[in-house]
Ligand binder design. Structure first.
Ligand SMILES: Cc1cc2nc3c(=O)[nH]c(=O)nc-3n(C[C@H](O)[C@H](O)[C@H](O)COP(=O)(O)OP(=O)(O)OC[C@H]3O[C@@H](n4cnc5c(N)ncnc54)[C@H](O)[C@@H]3O)c2cc1C
Length: 331
């Protein structure tokens, strides 16, 4: 069984996107038990500087198509080139990151290859299906996140899926594989270059969930923007990042980029402190894989306590100042 992973880079830094590394490892975990191969495909002006890291995360081969006309995101050109690359590999599975680029290009490639694509998968596994043998089961939230749908592509190949950054786990220990890099050649038509990039304005984000060991997140129960400062103070004492539920964002307590959950970021810190968050399925989708979860909620029956490792029942306006005082005094 062969899996292809689309290699995506950050155009500003020329470094691999985290999601590519996560998908490489996921692909390796999927096909390794079946003696399969993982191939990373890249099309662009130059390979990411750190592409060799992919071999530590299970990639057997990197195949790249180099063309300076692809120095930025050119969806139509990528559609043609990537479809040719996938065809030539003839894999069973193709994985794309659910990034802006992946969400744009993956459906175009799927339509050329006349196969199915499941977007934003939260789980992928291989199992037997009727007389079809081993196929890819693609799990994703559906109907507003109220159910989990398992989607299959039994008749067409490849079986394609996109996955958001942070959803798939990285291993504690990596593997060691020889570097195998191959150049791909294909016809290229300059008429495929449809986008003209006048200026690229990098998005400057204050929020860095990826490197945060601790996240202090607030929900509707925080009550108002003024109270949200309490969470920011707690986060400052702990050296933590600040997150939020969608309700807290909708109420204007904090910025949208801090939203955790199904339609926000997926996070896996060592410690997640959920303050005044009820624990809806959509919020849990973004944080329940955190190593330790502490929940502060005045309702002892709040669903967040079902997944919390430690629960504090009470008013966060009283509890958080005590925590801050203790941490400041005890260091
Ligand atoms: C398609 C779709 C996508 C969605 N995506 C997301 C998403 O990405 N992220 C997300 O978070 N939500 C998402 N939602 C919304 C989600 O369904 C919930 O509405 C939301 O998570 C609720 O946020 P909350 O827990 O902050 O608010 P509530 O559910 O209102 O809970 C507030 C909690 O605060 C507690 N509380 C109140 N006062 C205090 C106090 N003084 N001290 C301590 N506790 C207190 C209450 O007991 C309660 O449990 C989505 C919904 C849909 C339909």
């Amino acid at each position: 069984m062969k899996a292809v992973v689309y290699i995506e880079k950050n155009y500003q830094t020329n470094k691999l996107r985290n999601v590519t590394v996560e998908l490489a490892w996921k692909a390796y975990s999927l096909v390794k038990p079946h003696g399969g191969e993982v191939v990373g495909i890249f099309a662009g002006d130059k390979l990411p500087d750190d592409y060799e890291d992919l071999f530590k995360y299970g990639v057997d081969r990197v195949v790249y198509y180099k063309n300076d006309a692809l120095s930025n995101l050119q969806s139509i050109a990528l559609k043609h080139v990537l479809s040719n690359m996938v065809r030539s590999e003839n894999p069973e599975i193709v994985l794309f990151g659910a990034t802006h680029n992946g969400r744009d290009v993956a459906p175009l490639v799927a339509s050329v290859l006349k196969t199915g694509l499941t977007a934003d998968c939260t789980q992928l596994y291989i199992d037997e299906y009727k007389d079809k043998g081993k196929i890819l089961f693609q799990v994703r939230p559906a109907f507003g996140g109220n159910i989990l749908a398992t989607i299959i592509t039994p008749d067409n190949r490849p079986m394609m899926a996109t996955v958001r950054e942070g959803v798939m786990l990285l291993p504690e220990e990596t593997v060691s594989k020889p570097l195998k890099v191959e150049e791909f050649r294909t016809e290229f038509n300059m008429e495929w270059i449809k986008n003209e990039f006048l200026e690229v304005v990098p998005k400057v984000s204050k929020v860095d969930f990826h490197s945060a060991n601790i996240i202090v997140a607030g929900g509707a129960g925080v009550g108002c923007k003024e109270n949200f400062k309490l969470l920011e103070q707690l986060a400052a004492v702990l050296g933590a990042e600040v997150g939020a539920s969608r309700a807290a964002v909708d109420f204007g307590f904090t910025e949208k980029e801090r939203q955790v959950g199904q339609t926000g970021s997926v996070v896996r810190p060592k410690l997640y402190i959920a303050c005044g968050i009820s624990g809806s399925i959509q919020h849990r989708a973004g944080m329940e894989e955190s190593k330790k979860i502490i929940a502060i909620n005045k309702d002892p029956n709040a669903p967040i306590f079902d997944i919390a490792h430690m629960g504090i029942v009470g008013d966060l306006k009283e509890i958080i100042p005590v925590m801050i005082k203790y941490l400041r005094e005890e260091g």
